[in-house]
Ligand binder design. Structure first.
Ligand SMILES: NC(=O)c1ccc[n+]([C@@H]2O[C@H](COP(=O)([O-])OP(=O)(O)OC[C@H]3O[C@@H](n4cnc5c(N)ncnc54)[C@H](O)[C@@H]3O)[C@@H](O)[C@H]2O)c1
Length: 362
């Protein structure tokens, strides 16, 4: 009797040999001519295969802290086949892109990343993440950035729209709810293809603080933050849950209030620590989470600043709401009934956003 042998090469399991014996009274003989058991393609490989067909292109405008983080997450997660990093500062996007490209052999990703100051190299992008503009320093509010960033967003949007007329725009620059409105007006793109990033980040902060309070995995915490990206944001307590259990059953009201408050000031807390700028790692990741859902038609349900036309009783502003993000951008806004307090909080968000939008002069 020669037992079956199993040996593995890099990609498969090889089985060969002869085995004989008895099953009960019955003599049996198994002859295995060498054959290979190939593994199921990993999810990552399947995604790359889909992307190969589509030849996806993602541009990140602004090679500062958030833009660099977004580009890094994008290549690492194989979000697109080609990532282009753009900035006004000569050499900055080229140097950063080259540095990131050199981590590919170590990390094992295959996407291409290039840096440029020339928007013609962004032509035909499917998604453009816009992070260009000033960031907060201690003592500054997001509104303090408005004047200068409006000019930057107008300039960037014109260039992006010229070379990528079919792209989805994800605006990250603050104050986000007014900047996304600016990009919407200047680009002339349909509302489905202009989206602001804030809710994914704010919800991630909310989930993190809940997880820390309960000493549980953050990935088991589900929570939603709606409204403006500012002090009036609305971390929904009623809908937050941990492994399916309502948060209100697990933590006392006072502790939940403190978490809500910390979430609303989550950006300022980081600015106070850093002193020279604002958060960038998770903001970059959050924008890539959105981009990936569009590029790979994942239909993720994510909190995003979307243009509202009557949803939640709100009209004519961008505001953070739960949306379905797919190949067409915002495919649906998921509307649900709010209670009196939630509605009041959302209305104060709307007032604050309208003040910001007025200040843009658009
Ligand atoms: N929406 C959010 O949740 C969120 C989170 C964090 C940061 N932000 C915002 O993102 C923006 C960027 O933050 P950061 O920390 O990366 O700032 P940063 O100063 O590190 O980088 C900004 C980059 O933009 C570039 N830039 C300026 N004008 C440009 C133009 N016309 N075209 C191309 N590039 C241009 C600058 O050269 C710089 O490299 C800020 O407005 C910040 O407030 C938003």
């Amino acid at each position: 009797m020669f037992p079956l042998t199993f040996f593995q090469d890099e990609a498969s399991l090889i089985v060969q040999g002869v085995m004989s014996g008895f099953i009960g009274q019955l003599p049996v003989r198994v002859v295995a001519i060498p054959f290979q058991i190939l593994p199921m393609p990993a999810k990552k490989d399947m995604i790359s295969a889909i992307m190969k067909k589509g030849n996806t292109k993602l541009t990140v405008v602004g090679a500062g802290a958030v833009g660099t983080s977004a580009a890094q997450w994008a290549v690492q997660r194989n979000a697109a086949e080609h990532v282009v990093l753009v900035d006004v500062v000569e050499g900055l996007p080229q140097g950063k892109a080259l540095d990131m490209a050199q981590s590919a052999p170590v990390c094992g990703y295959s996407g291409r990343i290039t840096g440029t100051n020339d928007y013609s190299e962004t032509a035909g992008s499917d998604v453009v993440i816009i992070t260009a503009g000033l960031a907060r320093k201690p003592g500054m509010s997001r509104d303090d950035l408005l004047g200068k960033n409006v000019r930057i967003i107008k300039d960037v949007t014109r260039q992006v729209a010229r070379y990528s007329p079919d792209a989805c725009l994800i605006v990250v620059t603050n104050p986000i709810d007014a900047m996304v409105y600016t990009a919407f007006k200047v680009s002339g793109f349909p509302k489905q293809r202009v989206i602001g990033m804030a809710g994914v980040l704010d919800s991630a902060r909310y989930r993190t603080f809940i997880a820390q309070a309960l000493d549980v995995s953050p990935s088991d915490v589900t929570a939603l933050v709606m409204g403006i990206h500012g002090d009036n944001m609305l971390p929904l307590v009623r809908l937050a849950s941990v492994g399916g259990i309502p948060l209100q059953e697990l933590l006392p009201e006072e502790e939940i209030k403190a978490i809500v408050n910390r979430t609303q000031n989550g950006g300022a807390e980081i600015v106070a620590h850093l002193k020279t700028g604002s958060a960038f790692t998770t903001p970059g990741l959050a924008s890539v989470e959105m981009a990936q859902s569009i590029l790979q038609d994942q239909k993720r349900v994510l909190a995003c600043a979307a243009y509202l036309e009557g949803e939640f009783g709100i009209d004519g502003v961008f505001l953070g709401v739960p949306v379905v993000l797919g190949a067409g951008g915002v495919e649906r806004i998921l509307e649900f009934p709010l209670n009196k307090e939630e509605r009041a909080a959302l209305e104060s968000s709307v007032k604050a956003v309208k003040r910001q939008v007025e200040a843009t002069g658009l």
